[in-house]
Write a protein that binds this ligand. Structure first.
Ligand SMILES: [Zn+2]
Length: 268
């Protein structure tokens, strides 16, 4: 007699290696049929059962890999006159803004880590998060990399991108990843209580997987590159929103106006 489907689902787990749903079969763990149907490319070689799969995970085939930042909006675009997708890469300015609070030891620790990006195809995004202290690392490095994380997640692999950052560390780290290093910013840990992969680990895998689509270039901060300045302004709007000095609606309107102004001055 075959077991009813629900019994299998009750025992489904999330693979610690690849986040796909895994099920036990004859004493061995394998990725579920749904997982292989939807995410064959992401399946690891040796399924390793972690936490129990939720019904939604089972149906989808994979646990959600990425949790949104508590303050973020990165679904909007502005129209860019003259932009054509042809062969040209999308240039993306990314930046971070961080200012430590005076009572930085109280929860949430530090201050919001704020990020922004503006891309020549009209896509832009901004957001902020308070990082749990246990994640570790320098808030500014984390923030610079987080801006890149969200920009790459939005644009790659649909587009070839040239990332423009004013952070030397970011350029160096991504270049290292491209040659096989797995180094993270100093102090940044990759173990998460949620068992989700760390965002920068996901970014690293993306850089390796799509190395031909991603270029990173240093630009001087504060003096000049319009896309970098735009990203900086967006990150600051996120900071005002996260510290409740402006409303979500005001921050979104400011971000949109700024992205449009920047892209008018610097069309693709
Ligand atoms: Zn796996």
């Amino acid at each position: 007699m075959t077991q009813p489907e629900t019994t299998v689902e009750l025992h489904a787990r999330i693979c610690l290696n690849c986040c796909l749903v895994t099920v036990a079969e004859d004493g061995n763990w394998r990725h579920s049929a749904e997982a292989l149907l939807n995410f064959a490319d992401d399946a690891c070689d040796e399924p390793l059962p972690g936490r129990k799969a939720r019904p939604r995970d089972v149906w989808f085939g994979r646990a959600p890999l990425v949790k949104n930042d508590p303050y973020m909006d990165d679904t909007d675009s502005v129209e860019v006159t003259g932009w054509q997708q042809g062969d040209q890469p999308v240039l993306v300015g990314t930046d971070c803004s961080y200012r430590q609070r005076r009572d930085a030891d109280r929860q949430p620790y530090g201050g919001p880590i704020c990020w922004g990006y503006v891309a020549t195809n009209g896509a832009y995004g901004f957001g902020a998060t308070f990082m749990p202290r246990r994640i570790g690392g320098d808030p500014v490095s984390n923030g610079e990399m987080r801006a890149v994380f969200w920009a790459v997640r939005r644009l790659v692999p649909r587009h070839r991108v040239v990332l423009l950052t004013d952070s030397q560390d970011t350029v160096e780290l991504i270049e290292e990843w491209r040659t096989g290093s797995t180094r993270m910013p100093r102090g940044y840990t990759v173990q998460r209580a949620s068992e989700r992969p760390a965002k920068l680990e996901l970014l690293r895998r993306n850089v390796v997987k799509h190395f031909e689509l991603i270029t990173v270039r240093w630009v001087r901060g504060h003096t000049g590159h319009p896309l970098n300045e735009g990203a900086d302004a967006l990150a600051k709007f996120a900071g005002l929103w996260a510290t409740k000095r402006v409303s979500k609606e005001a921050a979104k309107a400011d971000a949109r106006r700024t992205a449009a102004a920047v892209l008018q001055r610097f069309p693709g």
